[in-house]
Design a protein around this ligand. Sequence first.
Ligand code: AP5
Length: 286
Amino acid sequence: MRLILLGPPGSGKGTQAQRLVQRYGIVQLSTGDMLRAAVAAQTPIGLKAKDIMAAGGLVPDDVVVGIIADRIEQPDAVNGFILDGFPRTVPQAEALDALLKQKQMTLDAVIELRVNEGVLLERVERRAAETRARGEAVRPDDTPEVLTKRLASYRDQTEPLIHYYSDHRMLATVDGMMPIEEVTEEIGRILAAVGRAGGTRSAKKATSAKRSPKAAKKTAKKAAPVKKSAKAAKKASKSSKKAPKMVKSARKSAKKAPKKASKAAARVSKGTRKTSAKAAKKRAKR
Ligand code: AP5
């Protein structure tokens, strides 16, 4: 499985990537982590990136594309990977497309974590406080001033990727405002829906099919952002009649959940009716 996690600073890309690593046994490729390691080791790339990162800007495309090109060839990436923080610009996305094509690899999903800007500073400040409490060094870009610049970089250079992947019918949007566990569950449902994670036990668990009607109803409610993205993709694909497989199945699963819930609820009430009819018959006999 190969997927991209897209979202502004503090949206939960790293948090979710780590959970997906455990769940699916694939590697997390975080360009931010790799660049921070290069800065710490004072490599030529690190020296180039240090000031740019500290100022909240983006490291040049050729540098990060080079890093990723090398990294996806490593043996531990053979089963798949989660790209966390890459691509971040349209040229990076185009370079990734070319790279994957050249290596005869395909991308399974692009998942956008959508979070209100208002909570991002709160999250980043909390992360900085937790890091400090552990006695570790706080990221130099985790300050309110630099976060403002990182958000501006995201809006100007990374947000266009939402349209890029929506146009490529690859995008699924998840409400990143939900609790961490629920975001992971939602991503699991999307991955199961695209049919790539269907074989793994965890992915099956993540689908709502085997849940109680109550849980299915709850999940269906929370699937709203996926529905939204499916709607957006539908709009975008009006010109082409070939509806994307991924969005189609995501839409199907989002539609099925409430149906399943009401069917199950109907079964339950039918069962209750049957039981009370039997009891009445028994009473009449007596
Ligand atoms: P990078 O390291 O990628 O940073 P970022 O994108 O700004 O993202 P963050 O790591 O800050 O946040 P996150 O979304 O991973 O959130 P997290 O899970 O930690 O990049 C740093 C810099 O490197 C860039 O600014 C740039 O200079 C450079 N760079 C990197 N890649 C590049 C590229 N491709 N091209 C050019 N330059 C590049 O969560 C944050 C906090 O919120 C945590 O405390 C977490 O516990 C909490 N949290 C997470 N989810 C939830 C939730 N659902 N509810 C409540 N709290 C939550």
